[in-house]
Design a protein around this ligand. Structure first.
Ligand code: GDP
Length: 531
């Protein structure tokens, strides 16, 4: 790791060009956690964090309030992990790992510029990898493929490449190629640094062209190596050469075979991300996309996390900066509410530590403590009316009426439900007829989390009951009168979301389909952008 005294090779770049903001996508058990730990330690971040603790006071930005916050137990350390590597600031955004696929994951992926896709070499593409990949593809996010667990028996490299190319319709190009697998694993061929390396990291040979390796006797005598070389040559003949532009457009993925557990290929993965990974990309927005080199500050909230302590209602809004140079204390406008706020205590997240963020640029993730003024999807600017787009709400798949067991607590319940809706934990609707509170979630787990948090944090016991609706669709029309007619005709099936947008509830998919046929001028939408 380079010390602060050394001049970084990237010191001449504009600061935002040194940001790499990325997520790891994978199916549970593929090795995301192990890889995250390895990436942090390969970059020295764990040591950095230790050093920070050891030399208290040296970093002037650390302050007392943070210790207070820590005592109060905000558990946010893993949402964002920022670390330095080779003159770069790497912002790793965590996507929730459980298999109950959540909206949170989608929204987090709106805040990254690249993704590392981890695949278990024995399993190939699994369901969750595929789903997450599709989200990345919607936004053409460049993806680096890390095929993990080469220290164990797995599918043959060429078969894996075939499967990935076929299932994802994505061009691959090899960067690290394994020499044997499982018990035969003898190291790898590094096409980036043009060398052959043992599992212990020792360089066995260097080359200009791969054919040069045929001159290295110790390698040629080894059948495992020769097989690896042959398959690599086959792969290279079959696959296109690496093209940075195509990678940045999201259509080509560099692929590295490695082992997170053994730390193999991890440094190379970081280097691939550092050298090739995209700088902060323009952010889709209205009236126009935001370019990262625009001078004025802009950013958007992609996640809100509440204080885990029931006695304190403060939350942290995670803001991805899109442009400009943000400095602590700056006043920013929340475009949705039109309100200004002075951002006095913005935070960065390093390992398990938080620090006051004195300055941040495009690509950086800043945590802003607030009392519910910031919601997922909000755009912050220096005053301009810009709305970042593409942060979706998903039509809920589970729709329930909320039942309050203590009628005295109606007010607290409505506060609790709207707070948690702001956080994106759940969606809340009001029925147009009657006064029912309705919650909609994408997965069962969210419902459980909702009930337990409303009880614990707001002291309001609630239960849920089915209400005969299984499908929810936002309705829109280019013809406002037609929309009015539809709403009147369907009154008992209508609700409004938090932004007062009309939502049509149907008993099941058949009824939803029927309404679609009966009302051709009405659009039935499964997602709605937040703003
Ligand atoms: P996650 O669910 O994707 O976060 O996966 P984990 O990082 O928790 O890993 C799942 C299991 O795979 C754990 O038992 C890890 O020790 C194991 N694992 C992760 N990486 C490797 C690897 O490179 N080789 C082997 N043999 N096991 C690994």
């Amino acid at each position: 790791m380079s010390s602060a005294a050394e001049v970084s090779p990237r010191a001449h770049l504009e600061p935002f060009r040194t940001r790499r903001t990325f997520a790891i996508i994978s199916h549970p058990d593929a090795g995301k956690t192990t890889l995250t730990e390895r990436l942090l330690s390969a970059a020295g971040a764990i040591q950095q964090a230790g050093a920070v603790r050891g030399k208290a006071g040296q970093r002037s930005t650390r302050s007392d309030w943070m210790e207070m916050e820590q005592q109060r137990g905000i558990s946010i350390s893993s949402s964002v992990m920022t670390f330095e590597f080779d003159g770069l600031t790497m912002n790793l955004l965590d996507t929730p790992g459980h298999s109950d696929f959540s909206e949170d994951t989608y929204r987090t992926l709106t805040a990254v510029d690249a993704a590392i896709m981890v695949i278990d070499a024995a399993k190939g593409i699994e369901s969750q990898t595929l789903k997450l990949f599709e989200v990345c593809r919607l936004r053409d996010i460049p993806i680096i493929t890390f095929i993990n667990k080469v220290d164990r028996e797995g599918l043959a490299p060429l078969d894996l490449i075939d499967e990935i190319q076929g299932k994802l319709a994505l061009d691959l190009t090899p960067v690290l190629w394994p020499i044997g697998q499982g018990v035969d694993f003898k190291g790898y061929i590094d096409l980036l640094e043009k060398r052959v390396v043992t599992p212990q990291g020792k360089t066995l040979a260097e080359f200009d062209a791969i054919d040069d390796l045929l001159e290295v006797e110790s390698l040629v005598d080894d059948p495992v190596f020769m097989t690896a070389l042959e398959t690599l040559e086959l792969a290279r003949a079959m696959l296109p050469d690496f093209d940075l532009k195509v990678f940045h457009e999201g259509h080509m993925s560099p692929v590295l075979f490695g082992s997170a557990l053994k730390g193999i290929g991890v440094a190379e993965l970081l280097r691939t991300l550092g050298d090739w990974g995209p700088e902060p990309r323009p952010q889709p927005a209205l009236p126009a996309p935001i370019s990262p080199d625009e001078k004025k500050v802009s950013g958007f909230v992609f996640k809100v996390q509440a204080n885990m302590d029931a006695n304190h209602r403060d939350r942290i809004a995670f803001v991805r900066l899109c442009s400009g140079t943000f400095t602590r204390g700056m006043r920013l406008k929340n475009v949705r509410s039109g309100k200004d706020m002075a951002v006095a205590n913005p935070m960065f997240f390093f390992g398990n530590n938080r620090e006051l963020a004195e300055e941040a640029v495009a690509g950086d993730i800043v945590g802003i403590p607030n009392h519910g003024t910031l919601s997922v999807g909000d755009t912050l600017t220096e005053g301009a009316t810009i709305n970042v787009t593409g942060i979706p709400n998903f039509a809920p798949e589970i729709i329930r009426r909320v039942r309050l067991t203590d009628a005295m607590k109606t007010k607290q319940m409505s506060k609790a439900l709207s707070d948690l809706a702001e956080e994106g934990v759940t969606q809340v609707f009001r029925r147009m007829v009657g006064a029912d509170w309705i919650v909609g979630v994408v997965g069962q787990l969210q419902l459980e989390v909702l009930a337990s948090r409303v009880a614990k944090e707001y002291g309001v016991p609630i239960t849920f009951e089915p209400m005969g609706f299984e499908v929810a669709r936002w309705v829109e029309s280019d013809d406002p009168d037609e929309l009015k007619r539809f709403i009147t005709a369907q009154k008992t099936n209508m609700a409004e979301d938090r932004a007062d947008a009309p939502v049509f509830l149907a008993q099941n998919a058949w009824w939803a389909d029927r309404a679609k046929q009966d009302w051709p001028k009405i659009k039935f939408l499964t997602t709605k952008e937040r703003h």
